[in-house]
Design a protein around this ligand. Structure first.
Ligand code: DGY
Length: 322
């Protein structure tokens, strides 16, 4: 008998065709994200689950499954999955790192240029018919990237790729990581390890590239913003909950820091009346770090390959837990 696979969203056609050849496939077609109640009922009898970052795959949900062998998430982040509990229940967990490294680093870099050079703000000015109001030679100036200090928090794949881009723009680069990278890697990237407090107090721009964990939860809060330069910018393409959003809004209002560019938020999508929407010194993106045609296709491919391995009791290509 064919095994059964449930997807909480549609994937690319090529990926669905591959799945349909081997399994009984059901795809959630209603409102996204799928409701908890529907997921609770679907998980009971399936062998494989393909999920997305907005689906909370916690202990209670995992315990409802009777045959589940693999959870394959279409994301590099797996903070939405109780990996420890899955491991105890011998359920494999696959994820999609590497393929989205360049796309995410590109977006972090794009956000940095945008907020420093005020590109999106300029776009709004034109669309609002206000170009003539910023016509003076000293009106509406941005900032050079060259010579600025970029502080990279998290020197994993994405952090390192961002460093390469910043080096090409003649920026100074400092970083903080649980452990410093090798000296040869530091030299090749042109980066210098500093303690967290130095990173936040020295940098003109701080870019976050760590996973969301108990340790990084709300790590960027009022205390941290007070230690940052008044002229500094914060970039986040990692996870929204790493920042205390209330504290950030207050720091931006009081000009404790100069601005922010954010691809991720505490709750997504953000409300249309969210205070960040009204702020001119903020660039907003709708969680599109990995969202290029090429990257998303590679993620779909890996998601299916991880599922194929895990459903047969094998270790996924990219595996967390066990
Ligand atoms: C990821 O893959 O974790 C990105 O945040 C996209 O969802």
């Amino acid at each position: 008998m064919k095994k059964s696979v449930f997807l909480t969203r549609k994937l690319h056609d090529f990926a669905l065709e591959k799945l349909k050849r081997r399994y009984n496939v059901e795809i959630h077609s209603g409102k996204i994200p799928i409701s908890r109640t529907k997921l609770q009922s679907k998980i009971k009898n399936i062998d494989g689950l393909i999920c997305f970052p907005y689906d909370k795959i916690d202990r209670e949900l995992i315990d409802r499954s009777e045959n589940l062998k693999v959870i394959s998430t279409y994301s590099v982040g797996f903070d939405h999955i109780d990996v420890e509990h899955a491991k105890q229940k011998k359920i494999r967990v696959g994820y999609t790192p590497e393929v989205l490294t360049e796309a995410t680093a590109d977006l972090a870099f794009a956000l940095m240029i945008d907020v420093l050079r005020r590109v999106s703000e300029g776009d709004r000015i034109i669309r609002d018919g206000k170009w003539s109001e910023i016509f003076g030679a000293y009106d509406y100036v941005g900032l050079d990237l060259q010579g600025k200090t970029l502080g990279i928090f998290g020197m994993g794949r994405i952090g390192r790729t961002l460093a390469k881009r910043a080096k090409a723009f003649d920026m100074k680069i400092v970083y903080h990581n649980r452990r410093p990278v090798s000296k040869s890697r530091e030299k090749a990237l042109g980066v210098k390890y500093v303690k967290f407090n130095k990173l936040i107090s020295q940098s003109d721009i701080v870019s976050i590239h760590v996973p969301y964990t108990k340790e990084t939860d709300q790590m960027f809060n009022e205390k941290v913003f007070r230690k940052m330069k008044k002229t500094a910018f914060l970039i986040n393409t990692a996870r929204g909950k790493i920042i205390n959003e209330k504290d950030l809004i207050s720091a931006l209002r009081k000009r404790t820091i100069a601005g922010a560019a954010l691809d991720v938020f505490q709750t997504e999508p953000i409300d249309k009346n969210h205070p960040l929407i009204k702020m001119q010194n903020v660039v907003l993106a709708p969680h599109i770090g990995s969202s290029t045609k090429e990257t998303r296709a590679s993620m779909a491919d890996i998601t299916v390959r991880n599922l194929n391995l895990g459903i047969n009791g094998k270790k996924p290509i990219y595996s967390v837990g066990y």
